[in-house]
Design a protein around this ligand. Structure first.
Ligand SMILES: [Zn+2]
Length: 353
């Protein structure tokens, strides 16, 4: 299927936001050595009749300007399969640094993709929140990672990462290490701020109607939720001491957090993979979110590849791993829809069948 440019990629051009029919002229092809599928047939080139700038199909792709674009899909699958950056680099015969760069670029696209595909959530749904604890660099520098999911579909709505402060007993060796570590000032406690951020994202996606929220009994959740949702909030709590089986009302969030530890190598405790910088953990969580919501089936027992996003009516089917990495997503709902093969449908338009 030949590529149809949906708009001029130049954001300063009038054909970027309101493209008119025939805004471009074909300008031949180029033959990239690094892209096996286009080496022979060529990547089509175009010129905008308005701003006179040249562009190609590649300008719209997620792997625009990438070296070794053929590694991207495999790298994505490795990174959501618990494999670390160095081992992924060895497996792909790539430089660890370029693997890091690819991961960062992927996370940037996925954050936008999640925002574009899920601007709103249906009303009347229940949501569960819990926090996972890990650390950056050393266990004396703990991190918190709140994750919020939809109750029935297990759709990951939002997550955040922030530092927390847990002082050991005064006089202990651990406390001495912590005090040495804090010589430039105490470690900030961002737990409340992270939870607030996650709630604010939910409030944005569900702008009207009641918010049914279920959490454990940590007192700050009620305070923060009330300040974010106001009288829309219907809050239920479950004691953290309740046995964690399938009857526990927090079962689905407990299992989702267990999945993050299974899928994200850096959340495995006491391993070399542990996060060195909080921001990198956030990137990893974005990869997990897209894999969990749009690519992986909800439960192993679901017969079709029914993803959480499909159950919520956000997409008509699952996305395959190539599709989430297909088109760049930095033009909001003007970005090309991940299911569009020829580029002719944007996220805003009806999804192609
Ligand atoms: Zn233009």
């Amino acid at each position: 299927m030949s590529f149809v440019p949906p708009r001029c990629p130049n954001p300063m051009c009038s054909q970027h936001t309101q493209p008119q029919a025939g805004f471009y002229r074909p300008r031949g092809f180029y033959y990239p050595k690094c892209r096996a599928d286009f080496r022979v047939k060529g990547v089509p080139r175009f010129r905008c009749t308005s701003c006179r700038r040249g562009f190609s199909r590649q300008t719209f792709r997620q792997d625009y300007r990438d070296h070794r674009p053929e590694l991207n899909v495999t790298l994505f699958m490795l990174l959501v399969s618990g494999v670390g950056l160095r081992q992924s680099a060895r497996f792909l015969s790539a430089n660890p640094r370029s693997v890091q760069d690819k991961k960062r670029k992927m996370a940037k696209t996925f954050e936008l993709l999640h925002g574009n595909l899920c601007p709103r959530l249906p009303m009347g749904r229940g949501y569960l929140l819990d926090e996972e604890e890990t650390y950056e660099g050393a266990s004396i520098r703990p991190l918190t990672m709140p994750v919020l999911i939809e109750k029935e579909t297990w759709f990951v709505v939002a997550s955040a990462v922030g530092s927390i402060r847990r002082l050991a007993k005064a006089g202990s060796a651990r406390r001495a290490r912590q005090e040495r570590d804090e010589k430039d000032g105490p470690r900030p406690d961002q737990s409340s701020e992270c939870v607030r951020q996650v709630f604010a994202t939910l409030a944005q996606k569900v702008p009207t109607g009641n918010i049914l929220l279920h959490t454990d009994q940590k007192a700050s959740y009620a305070t923060i939720a009330t300040s974010v949702f106001g009288d829309r909030l219907v809050h239920e709590t479950t004691a953290g001491t309740l046995v964690r089986n399938t009857h526990n009302p927090l079962f689905s969030i407990n299992t989702t957090l267990a999945m993050t530890r299974d899928n994200c190598g850096r959340l495995r405790r006491k391993s070399w993979l542990v996060t060195k910088k909080a921001e990198r953990l956030h990137n990893q969580l974005v990869l997990f979110t897209v894999y969990r919501n749009y690519v992986r089936r909800r439960f192993n027992r679901d017969k079709e590849i029914d993803t959480p996003a499909k159950f919520l009516g956000l997409l008509p089917r699952n996305l395959c791993r190539q599709e989430v990495l297909a088109w760049r997503q930095d033009w909001g709902d003007f970005s090309i829809h991940p299911m569009s093969v020829d580029g002719s449908h944007t996220v805003r338009q009806a999804v192609p069948a």
